[in-house]
Design a protein around this ligand. Structure first.
Ligand SMILES: O=C(O)c1ccccc1NCC(=O)[C@H](O)[C@H](O)COP(=O)(O)O
Length: 316
């Protein structure tokens, strides 16, 4: 399904097959527009590349083969419960600390990137869960990193931070040890979100459904099975970051529905100071997802206390 058709999603998930065919009598012709062959923004560019990469990955490991591997995958941990437990223990938003070597907006963030030791430092210093970027081309991440972190015995549940456009990717993430996956409302029609959440439920995975504006929030709130929403303060088309986005999307009726349905909300992106954390907490989030402000520090683990304004690690 082309994302544009359904739910009026702006992001085109794959390159269009070409401009529409026009018929005049027995003649057929296409009007070539400069727009159709080129991605309109970075998010489209990432998704179009993802589409080509996926074709190859699925050829190498068809779904039936992947499904046979799943019983051997490490057991799933409860991502949402880990966030709730941390929130109740510390009284601060639970931290999902991101392993982010590079990004399209900021380039290389951490040249000396050792995923396992960073994951250990995050865990030791109070992260409730970890987010592992797996996109290679734009974030210099990998599924090997996800697998290595899981195999190293890290107890924090792991979010596979990937641009998911095909159910195959959910099975693949699980086979590499993921406990949660990301579904971005800007790129997925409602029917796909519902279908993918069903697969997550079947596999025991949590689905973090990400929104950026009121329209996406309303679409997602209309889906009964959603229990974990991420509000991204970064506009993925323009890279603009504004943390008041979190507050705006949780005001009024939307906030009331979220509270009534006990949906856990994660504030994502652009969080750098204890004041930022207090601001999103007072807006209504129970968790935060943080990459840049931790990963760029000499010691990303110790940077957690700096970000929260206090030590949030729980003595073992
Ligand atoms: O970070 C980017 O430049 C980016 C560009 C295009 C699509 C997604 C992108 N980032 C994903 C995220 O939303 C962040 O990695 C995550 O929320 C952490 O953000 P931050 O703390 O600001 O690094």
């Amino acid at each position: 399904m082309q994302a544009e058709d359904k739910d009026a999603i702006r992001i085109r998930r794959r390159p269009p097959t070409g401009p529409p065919v026009h018929y005049v009598g027995t003649f057929q012709f296409r009007l070539h527009t400069p727009d159709h062959a080129n991605p309109r923004n970075i998010l489209e560019q990432i998704l179009w590349d993802k589409d080509s990469q996926l074709t190859l990955m699925k050829e190498r490991q068809p779904l039936a083969v992947l499904q046979r591997l799943l019983p051997g995958a490490p057991p799933v941990r409860d991502f949402v419960q880990a966030l709730k437990d941390s929130y109740h223990t510390t009284g601060m938003p639970a931290l999902i600390a991101e392993l982010k070597k590079a990004s399209p907006s900021k380039g290389l963030l951490r040249p000396n990137f050792d995923p396992v030791s960073i994951a250990q430092a995050y865990q030791k210093n109070g992260a409730a869960c970890l987010s592992v970027l797996t996109d290679e081309k734009y974030f210099q991440g990998s599924f090997e990193n996800l697998h290595a972190i899981r195999s190293a015995g890290i107890k924090c549940p792991l979010l596979c931070k990937e641009f998911i456009i095909d159910a195959w990717q959910i099975y693949y993430a699980r086979s590499k040890g993921a406990d949660a996956i990301l579904l971005i409302a800007a790129v997925l029609p409602d029917a796909d979100i519902k279908y993918m959440i069903k697969i997550c439920n079947m596999l025991g995975l949590a689905a973090l459904v990400e929104v950026h504006d009121e329209r996406e929030m309303d679409r997602v709130l209309a889906i009964d099975s959603v229990n974990l929403i991420g509000i991204n303060n970064r506009n993925l088309e323009t890279f603009e970051v504004d943390i008041s986005n979190t507050k705006r999307l949780l005001e009024g009726e939307r906030g009331r529905i979220i509270a009534q349905r006990d949906i856990l909300v994660v504030g994502e992106s652009g969080l750098f100071t204890p004041e930022d954390i207090t601001f999103v907490q007072s807006s209504g989030v129970q968790a935060v997802l943080v990459g840049e402000s931790l990963i760029k520090q000499e010691d990303p683990g110790k940077a957690i206390a700096g970000l929260f304004g206090k030590d949030i690690s729980v003595p073992t």
